[in-house]
Design a protein around this ligand. Structure first.
Ligand SMILES: Nc1ncnc2c1ncn2[C@@H]1O[C@H](COP(=O)(O)OP(=O)(O)OP(=O)(O)O)[C@@H](O)[C@H]1O
Ligand SMILES: [Mg+2]
Length: 414
């Protein structure tokens, strides 16, 4: 067959070989991959207005030539510390464009974990040709002092993941950086922002904060489901084709990442789902991300809260039938209403020749399933109306896996 194709010149051999790669770069779902990247910095960050204001307050007099400022940002993984500071410095630079020139040296101390490496990186940011080798710490600091004075611009040094450096080299370098202006006429050449995850800053609190000033500490919390929804929605709008990602899918992604509250996980889930959808296309008209696409990377990305077996242990027989009904729907859809559950539960009861339990009992089962984290519920109010609808989803388990296990368990019960 292949021979015939080639001989008749229908197709080029490389087309046949790489047919499975057709979807790569097709852009059915992913129009612009940039905003799904870790390092992408959005024009606006969402849901962090309070902390943007707090940071701005710490820098309220930065437009004055004699001023330098300090801030320490702490918070859990993926709570947006880095992006908060990056966007703040970018916006500040634009805002002060005609009043005070700002230069930024962002050093990630995970990659530069000794104080010498840190100062070298700062010097590189302001003078890319600065020699690295053979200079002592004293000489490096002298160079930094000279360069900051010679240059009229104000330098903001960001030491991100600073705990890595503090653990290796201690906090003496902070002291040195804060003293950089001491021997001149009160001219503020350098501001300092430290970023670290919460747990670590607790340990280092006394040493670091006494240098930086306790009131300069800004603690940010992890994201809740609604905030993760907004972050995922922003990225979906920026990168995906119109109509390829429904609000329900964004909600499912937010629910999956909410137990950890990590924005990076939400973006990663969105990216993985979009990629799965892009590749699986066989009909060009069907290009909507499905709940299955979101679940496909699940095992690698999210932390299972409890195992399937633990979650299903000692579940009442009819609670199993209700859950089976739910799983069958959630294999295809990302969420369903309690009305849907009741209808599908009726179908399952018929299949197993069982009499349906009352509405109140069904409600009790749903509460129990929620307690075991098998389902997550969300109440929505219809705009303009008085009705409230309960939506159910299964962000922490794969509906198809649970259904398979239940079908085996149910067989033993009835
Ligand atoms: N409020 C937000 N609006 C838009 N995007 C956000 C927001 N918060 C976080 N992100 C995005 O989520 C990802 C993780 O955020 P970020 O890297 O700032 O977290 P972090 O707190 O610095 O994490 P870590 O402790 O691991 O360094 C980034 O891609 C970032 O752009
Ligand atoms: Mg960070």
């Amino acid at each position: 067959m292949l021979k015939r194709i080639f001989n008749n010149g229908w197709r080029n051999p490389s087309d046949v070989m790489s047919g499975y790669l057709d979807r790569i770069g097709a852009g059915y779902v992913i129009k612009d991959p940039g905003p799904l990247d870790f390092d992408y910095v959005p024009e606006n960050i969402v849901g962090r207005e309070d902390f943007q204001n707090k940071l701005a307050a710490r820098f309220s007099s930065i437009d004055k030539p004699e001023t330098s400022c300090r801030a320490v940002i702490s918070g859990p993984v993926g709570s947006g510390k880095t992006v908060l500071v990056k966007t703040f410095c970018r916006d500040l630079k634009r805002h002060l464009a005609n009043r005070r020139e700002i230069r930024i040296a962002h050093v990630n101390c995970r990659n530069a974990s000794t104080s010498t490496r840190v100062v070298q990186r700062i010097l590189h940011a302001i003078d890319p040709g600065h020699p690295d080798r053979g200079l002592s710490m004293g000489e490096l600091l002298l160079s930094l002092r000279k360069l900051t004075r010679r240059n009229s611009a104000h330098l903001i040094v960001i030491l991100d993941e600073v705990d890595h450096m503090l653990r290796k080299s201690g906090d003496d370098i902070l002291y040195q950086l804060l003293r950089i202006d001491e021997d001149q006429e009160g001219k503020g050449t350098l501001s300092l922002i430290l970023i670290s995850q919460e747990q670590i800053i607790d340990v280092l609190e006394t040493a670091v904060l006494s240098r930086m000033g306790k009131t300069n500490l800004i603690q940010i919390p992890s994201y809740n489901e609604d905030e993760l929804y907004k972050i995922s929605k922003q990225r979906a709008d920026l990168s995906l084709a119109n109509g390829s990602c429904s609000d329900d899918i964004i909600r499912l992604i937010a629910q999956k990442s909410a137990p950890i509250g990590d924005a990076r996980l939400a973006i990663e889930l969105l990216k993985a789902a979009a990629e799965a959808c892009e590749i699986r296309q066989d009909d060009h008209t069907l290009r909507e991300i499905s709940a299955d696409d979101v679940h496909s990377k699940d095992k690698e990305l999210s932390v299972d809260i409890v195992s399937e077996i633990d979650a299903l242990e000692n579940l009442q027989p009819h609670a199993m039938l209700v859950l089976l009904a739910i799983c069958r729907r959630l294999r295809k859809e990302s969420s369903m209403t309690t009305g849907d559950v009741e209808n599908l539960y009726a179908v399952v009861c018929e299949e197993y020749d069982e009499k349906m339990k009352s509405h109140t009992t069904l409600w009790k089962y749903l509460k129990e399933l929620e307690k075991r984290q098998l389902i997550v519920t969300r109440i929505s109010t219809v705009t303009g109306g008085r009705g409230r609808t309960t939506h159910l989803s299964m962000p922490h388990f794969l509906p198809s896996d649970i259904a398979k296990r239940l079908e085996m368990l149910v067989k033993k019960q009835f």
